[in-house]
Design a protein around this ligand. Structure first.
Ligand code: XIL
Length: 369
């Protein structure tokens, strides 16, 4: 009897002390940023199929928007004129929807990871402008029709402007000239009049690129075409971009009458090999350029975290005009920056480390330190 009393008393006491010491509910990224802008992440197929259970759990817990890292690019989703791989894209959209996230489509027209069949006929001869336009329209229409009402907006054209503001000499440009961009926006709007439409590019802090993109936005608007936002990819490094120039671009886009989306945020913690984000760039491995294969030293981590804190303070400053901040991958080990443009490096560019632990600067921000 006495024994039972003690056990009972002990349980009640420990329950009480448990309740008293219960940690405060953890603030998530979407709790904190939710009323400012969407906080998104690029997911790979292992995450959207939930084979990577830890990664998928972070996505569900912290983010309220998703974009597909690769599975909606034309070479993946539409590898031959008559073959469509809908499986991964369908799953990606379902994953986003089932978890109440805003789903973003990336990307419709891009020179890279592009199916080569777009540009040639059965005999390998370059197609005419009319044929390419029809192929673009069919490609865009099929995707937007399939995901009507489920994908909120699309990167309609990706990376068409060079750093000096001129047009990239892609196959689309070679065959159609400047017209390929308005054509893509027109087809997208016709296929889903409710979808938001974006132009997306890297190195947006460079004055030449800024001017070129602003000119493009103005020209699309002057043609009466829908463009809701410009995506600033924001693949950064420890020394680039210059934040004064970066802010100038945000302001210039606002002045041009579009919203700003930060679409592919990451920041090298190791030396940047290629500025920008041209996926074709390649460099031979050098151990010197891979200085922290085991772990990031605290001193470097501190600089990285301070710089990222500054980046997010810019986003908060312009929150009325920034519709979304999307980071390009879940945890450091997932990042394309481990292999681009030099294969086999260990980089630390994302918001969560390889143990799925949130980086310190972000804990500070969301806990308002
Ligand atoms: C990258 C992916 O992250 C990699 O997995 C892939 O091998 C190459 O493309 N700009 C873009 C993104 O718009 O689609 C690119 O994504 C990174 C640069």
């Amino acid at each position: 009897m006495i024994k039972r009393f003690f056990i009972g008393a002990f349980c009640a006491a420990s329950l009480l002390s448990c309740t008293q010491k219960a940690p405060e509910a953890e603030v998530t990224l979407k709790d904190y940023f939710g009323d400012k802008f969407l906080i998104g992440v690029a997911v790979n197929v292992d995450q959207s199929w939930e084979r990577d259970t830890l990664g998928a759990a972070i996505v569900k817990k912290h983010f309220n928007s998703v974009v597909a890292e690769n599975c909606m690019k034309s070479e993946e989703i539409h590898p031959t004129p008559f073959t469509w791989n809908w499986g991964d894209a369908d799953q990606f959209v379902k994953f986003g929807e089932e978890n109440g996230m805003t789903v973003i489509g990336h990307c419709l027209i891009w020179h890279s990871q592009c199916s080569p069949w777009f540009f040639t006929d059965e005999n390998g001869k370059q197609v005419s402008a009319e044929v390419l336009k029809a192929r673009m329209r069919d490609h865009i229409t099929a995707i937007l029709t399939r995901y009507r009402g489920r994908i909120k907006g699309y990167d309609v054209v990706n990376e068409a402007i060079l750093d000096d503001g001129s047009y990239r000499n892609s196959k689309f440009y070679e065959i159609l000239g400047e017209e390929f961009i308005p054509w893509a926006f027109k087809c997208a709007h016709e296929a889903d009049p409710d979808a938001e439409l974006y132009y997306n590019d890297y190195s947006m802090a460079l004055p030449g690129k800024r001017e070129g993109v602003v000119k493009l936005v103005k020209s699309l608007k002057a043609q009466g075409l829908r463009i809701d936002a410009v995506g600033m990819q924001s693949h950064m490094g420890m020394e680039h971009p210059d934040f004064v120039e970066y802010e100038k671009t945000i302001q210039a886009l606002i002045d041009a009458g579009v919203e700003v989306a930060i679409t592919e945020l990451d920041m090298d913690a190791i030396p940047t090999v290629s500025f920008g984000a041209s996926v074709e760039d390649e460099a031979a491995y050098s151990a010197q350029m891979n200085p922290y294969p085991e772990a990031l030293p605290d001193s470097v981590s501190q600089i990285w975290n301070d710089r990222m804190k500054q980046v997010f303070s810019i986003y908060e400053k312009y929150q009325d005009h920034i519709c979304r901040v999307t980071v390009w991958g879940v945890q450091d080990g997932d990042s394309w920056k481990n292999d681009w443009p030099m294969k086999g490096r260990t980089n630390y560019p994302l918001l969560f480390d390889r143990n799925y632990e949130m980086k310190p600067f972000l804990k500070d921000i969301i806990n308002k330190k």
